[in-house]
Design a protein around this ligand. Structure first.
Ligand code: NAI
Ligand code: MG
Length: 499
């Protein structure tokens, strides 16, 4: 029997106005996980009204009190980590240890934001005039719309929901259509932790009409979006027309640079983990290795060998290294890049085919794929593939390697393996991505630091953590308090003071 789930609007679990549903399947087995509302603009409108009505009371709830609820959510997520992790593997496909990490990220972000409840610093600075105070505080935006992808079904929403709530906003969340049941389970925890009705609303459904209706709704002040470049740009354009703030995180074409002096065993571990973890479906996944001549052939050979030994399968099995891709379209997309790479003249070392042997035939599997002799202008070296496909490029030296890293239309994450401390610092100075790793792969950010990138990866905002995440969800308000009891003119009466 199909398990049916509902939207969460104004503290109630309700079906879509249309009564339509969409089904969520396990990408490894085809198993039906459940059915959720296929919402449209009517459901979004209801949710936005609920969020707007809840806003006044929530914004006036003291931040430490808001933080206590977030703390309670984090505790509940931690207590349910195993159950949520298993559901995450079933609905999204990533192997269980990674699924548990996805859930842990929400615990970490919850704890970090809960602590922020008693900090949430503004600014207090001296005034240029006597008997006057100058300070600035953070105001919430109002109703914010969150649109999230399927690749981190708990972690990415937690990066948005916790800071948005902590800073006093109310929320309408449209999760990815591929992982809606996890969204329902996550929201249930907020309800259980005592979040007041209307503060967090969940509307499941497709990008069009549900996500698009959220973007269009006049009472939604801001859209925080993580997903594809194509849709992100569309939302930015529409947001500009409607006068909304839009915070974007749109993926990457991340590279690991390996210099001649690197510890090759260490680099190899970093490459395999970063390229094929989550089947390459991370915005920070390594999709390019840029290697200097002396070690090029040895590294290429060893990467291909390790990739060929990765075991595809159901992520719940301890024998599985790499799980399925999210859906049939994703497999087709990765395979198109394989065909493109071959036609562009790159050398296919390993993989390049769907996984169809035995039980794999029931799911959306693709074999870990490695191309060598990729040149910088090939599309294979420029475009986001979002799958287990790795391109190896050659650079003569560190300068060329950094140029290649920076020469793509994404700027999320980059890494360099070297044992030379001077070169490491050069790379830290010259790599123009939002995240840089030294002697570690391109994945594995922590919530205490900003997450996001340059160029086509985003539009200047940072989410995921660190104090800058608060900027995405707040408006600064500068406040001057004059207790002199007379007119004091800034920039004008200041001269008299120094005579
Ligand atoms: P997508 O960008 O279409 O979907 C992301 C979210 O946006 C989902 O919740 C979706 O329902 C919503 N959406 C789609 N169209 C919309 C619209 N017109 N208005 C408002 N919301 C809309 O990504 P998709 O189709 O799941 O994956 C396609 C490609 O996007 C991937 O192959 C990958 O290259 C990239 N991607 C990047 C991610 C990242 O981490 N930055 C995450 C997911 C996908
Ligand atoms: Mg799409």
């Amino acid at each position: 029997m199909t398990r049916e789930f509902f939207n969460y609007i104004d503290g109630k679990w309700i079906p879509a106005a249309s009564g339509e549903t969409l089904a969520s399947h396990n990408p490894a087995t085809g198993e039906l996980i459940g059915a959720v509302p296929a919402s449209d603009a009517r459901d979004v409108a209801r949710a936005v009204t609920a969020a707007a009505n809840a806003f006044e009371k929530w914004r006036k709830t003291p931040a430490p009190r808001r933080a206590e609820i977030i703390h309670a959510v984090a505790d509940l997520v931690r207590a349910r980590k195993q159950t949520l992790g298993e559901l995450l593997t079933r609905e999204m496909g990533k192997v269980l240890p990674e699924a548990l990490g996805d859930v842990q990220e929400a615990v970490d972000m919850g704890m970090y934001m809960a602590g922020e409840g008693r900090r949430l610093n503004g600014l207090l600075v001296p005034s240029e005039l006597p008997n006057k105070w100058a300070m600035a505080v953070r105001d919430p935006l109002g109703v914010v719309g969150l649109i999230t992808p399927w690749n981190f079904p708990i972690a990415v929403p937690s990066w948005k929901i916790f800071p948005a709530l902590l800073t006093g906003n109310t929320i309408v969340w449209k999760p990815a259509e591929d992982t809606p049941v996890l969204a329902v389970e996550f929201v249930k925890i907020f309800e259980e932790a005592g979040l007041p009705p209307g503060v967090l609303n969940l509307v499941t459904g497709y990008g069009v009409p549900a996500g698009a209706a959220l973007v269009e709704h006049p009472q939604v002040k801001m859209i925080s979006f993580t997903g594809s470049n194509e849709i992100g740009k569309q939302i930015a354009v529409r947001g500009a027309q409607l006068g909304k703030r839009v915070s974007l995180e749109l993926g990457g074409k991340n590279a690991i640079i390996v210099l001649d002096d690197a510890d090759l065993d260490l680099a190899l571990d970093g490459i395999i983990w970063s390229a094929f973890g989550t089947s390459g479906q991370r915005c920070t996944a390594t999709s390019r290795v840029i290697v200097t001549p002396e070690i090029h052939s040895e590294l290429a050979e060893r990467v291909a060998d390790r990739a060929s030994k990765l075991r595809l399968g159901n992520g719940l099995l301890p024998t599985t290294d790499v799980g399925p891709l999210i859906n049939r379209d994703a497999v087709d997309k990765v395979h198109q890049y394989t065909e493109l790479g071959v036609s562009e003249g790159a050398a296919l070392l390993v993989g390049g085919a769907r996984g169809v042997e035995g039980d794999l035939a029931q799911g959306h599997f693709y074999k870990p794929t490695v191309f060598d002799r990729v040149t910088p202008t090939m599309r294979l070296a420029q475009e986001e593939i979002f799958g287990p496909s790795l391109a190896i490029l050659r650079a003569h030296d560190i300068d060329e390697a950094i140029r290649l890293n920076n020469g793509v239309n994404f700027g999320l994450s980059a890494s360099i393996y070297t044992s030379n401390v001077n070169k490491a610092f050069e790379a830290m100075r010259d790599l123009t991505t939002g995240i840089v790793y030294i002697n570690a792969g391109t994945i594995g950010s922590e919530v205490q630091l900003p997450f996001g990138g340059t160029r086509g990866t985003g539009n200047g905002h940072r989410e995921g953590g660190g104090p800058p995440v608060l900027d995405a969800f707040t408006e600064w308000k500068s406040i001057y308090v004059d207790y002199s009891g007379k007119l004091q003119r800034a920039q004008i009466d200041t001269d008299a003071l120094v005579q």
